[in-house]
Each structure stands twice: as C-alpha cells, then as structure tokens.
Design a protein around this ligand. Structure first.
Ligand SMILES: NC(=O)c1ccc[n+]([C@@H]2O[C@H](COP(=O)([O-])OP(=O)(O)OC[C@H]3O[C@@H](n4cnc5c(N)ncnc54)[C@H](OP(=O)(O)O)[C@@H]3O)[C@@H](O)[C@H]2O)c1
Length: 303
C-alpha cells in the first residue's frame, strides 16, 4: 500500500482524489483555510508559504507519493500578488520534489493548458510554452522547475468539472443551480477548451501513481470534451433536463472584464493527449456520458 500525501486536499482535485484513493491506499492530506470533511484521511493544517510546516508533515508522514494540488488559480490574485502565487503554484512543489528524491518518493503535479496563449490549439508536450496570464506564467515556472527532477510526473489539465467537498463551491454546482433556476446566462461560443470530468482526472492521476519510474515527465491529459463554454452549458442543460433558452452566446472578443480581456483569452488552448494514451492507455468516456453521470449524481443526491 502506498503512503500518499495530498497537499491541498481541501480543493476540488485534492478532495476528490482523497475520496477516490482512501479505499485502498494510506492517504493523508493538508488544507490551509478550509478544513474538509474527509473521513479516514488524517489532515494537517499547512500553509506552504511557511516552509517548515510542509516539511514537518513530510517528515511525519514519510509519503512515497505526493500529489501537489495546492494552487492559486485566480488570475487577479496571481497578478496582484505574484511572489506568494509563484511560491504556492511552483516553488513549494519543487521543494517537495527535492525533499522526496533521497526517500525514493514520487511527486505528481497538476499543470494547466494556460501555459499556452491559445493561438494554435491541439498543443503537444513539445510545443514551446507561451503563457499570456500571470497564472499561466507561474505554472510554466513550475513545469520548468519540476521537469528537472527524475521523480516527477506533471499532468496538464484543461477546464475541470465535478462536485467539490464543500457543497455549492464548485463552478459545476453554481452552474447547475443557475440552470435549474432558469437564470439568464451568457457564455463564450468561439473559444475551444478541454473539459475534463473529475472522474477522468482521478483516473489519469491513478495511472500516474502506478506508472513505471522511467515514464516520469510531462503529459497532457486526454479529453473527450473539446468544446466551448456555451456548448458545455447547453450539453449540461440537456443532461439535467432543463431548457436552454436562457443560455445565450457571446464572442470572447466582446468580453471586457479587467482580468479577462481578449488578449488574455486564447482562442483554442486544447491539448493533444496522445502521449498519455500511448503511455498509459485510453481514458474512456465521452462528454455526454460524463454529464449523464453528473445528472445521476444530482438525482441520487450524491454530489
Ligand atoms: N480547477 C481547474 O479547472 C483546473 C484546471 C487546470 C489545472 N488545475 C490545477 O489542478 C490543481 C488543483 O486545482 P483545484 O481546482 O483543485 O484548486 P482549488 O480548488 O482552487 O484548491 C486549491 C488548494 O490549494 C490550497 N492552498 C491555497 N493556498 C495555499 C497555501 N498558502 N498553503 C497550502 N495550501 C494552499 C487550498 O487550501 P484551502 O482551501 O484549505 O485554503 C486548496 O486545497 C492545481 O495545480 C491547478 O492549477 C485546475
């Protein structure tokens, strides 16, 4: 059985990973501001900006696997507070990789398609990065630091959807609520993104857990859901059986919010997941199947 430490077990990815892994692995987690309710997962309060706190936990837990899920994803926070954002998004993860090396441990880190500006789309792992946001810049720095380590796997993700350990916090919960309430909503119709269900992300993360050491490196997570926010919202509405007439389309060019200008938004940030599939096999499921599962979860109250 692996001894797994999830740094950021209170976030969307970390909490879902903890629930998925705790059945057959020895799982520990950290949180900072939000203590999650994760039965069977011992939790430690750790602010990665306070260096010793994280190392105290690593010394205590002695994990052979660390999933690093701590992040500052908000673009405004990253651009207004670049140094702490860089520490949380990149440098603390590299410190862990260094610390795990003599223990023979493995770090699994989640990166983002936002390391690309989105001018091209279908990016492979060999395409040079060119982020156009502070968040993307910090994640690129993380990739550059982490890929120096032979004990590190980096999994790039697009846009995630799924339910969070804290009710109503995830974007999906908010979107479902708004659709059911028939709220007027506007979504971009001319920018393509990879939409990954959390189920796919968890499955991909498990494959990296079991991968041979010599497969370490950078992988794009394959996605069966390459679409726009507008079409995603419409597919979701169909899946949960609510009307779509309150969903209207807008062009990304027309969106003018302080940190969401067309310059920062890429037309197509989709990732090519062939390297992952070649190395670790197909991730099954289509967007429609995943959204049907979400609808089932809502019906049965398992959100
Ligand atoms: N969600 C997406 O659509 C998406 C897309 C692409 C890539 N990713 C990547 O996937 C990973 C997980 O993202 P996520 O969506 O799960 O993020 P999230 O829900 O925003 O969670 C962020 C986590 O980071 C923790 N954290 C923040 N500041 C911290 C600090 N100073 N010290 C310790 N922990 C701190 C938070 O703890 P508290 O809440 O307890 O403060 C929380 O557990 C990240 O690397 C992200 O870049 C996510």
């Amino acid at each position: 059985m692996n001894r797994i430490l999830i740094v950021g077990a209170s976030g969307l990815v970390g909490s879902n990973l903890a629930v998925a892994l705790r059945e057959d692995q020895c799982v520990y987690g950290t949180y900072d501001k939000h203590k999650p309710n994760l039965a069977g997962v011992p939790l430690f309060k750790v602010d990665v900006l306070k260096e010793s706190a994280l190392f105290d936990v690593i010394t205590l837990v002695r994990p052979n696997i660390v999933y690093y899920c701590a992040a500052v994803r908000d673009e405004q926070t990253c651009s207004e507070h670049p140094l702490p954002a860089l520490t949380i998004n990149a440098e603390a993860a590299a410190d862990i990789a260094l610390c795990l090396r003599p223990l023979g441990g493995r770090l699994i880190y989640f990166s983002t398609s936002k390391v690309y500006s989105g001018q091209k789309g279908n990016y492979t792992e060999d395409d040079p990065t060119d982020p156009s946001s502070s968040y993307g810049e910090a994640k690129r720095r993380a990739e550059d630091l982490l890929l120096e380590f032979e004990n590190t796997f980096v999994l790039r993700l697009g846009t995630l959807y799924g339910f969070d350990c804290i009710p109503d916090r995830s974007l999906l919960s908010k979107l479902v609520k708004a659709l059911i309430a028939r709220k007027e909503m506007t979504f971009i119709k001319d920018e393509t993104r990879d939409f990954h269900s959390l189920t796919e992300v968890i499955e991909a993360s498990k494959r990296l857990l079991h991968a041979a050491d010599d497969k370490s490196g950078l992988y794009n997570c394959p996605s069966p859901g390459k679409t726009t926010y507008y079409d995603f919202a419409r597919h979701l509405a169909h899946a949960i059986n609510v009307p779509t007439e309150n969903i209207t389309a807008i062009s990304g060019e027309d969106l003018r919010a302080p940190y969401n200008t067309p310059e920062l938004r890429g037309k197509d940030t989709t990732l090519n997941g062939e390297k992952f599939t070649r190395s670790f096999g197909l991730l099954t499921g289509s967007l429609t199947e995943s959204l049907t599962k979400i609808a089932d979860q809502l019906r049965t109250g398992l959100t």
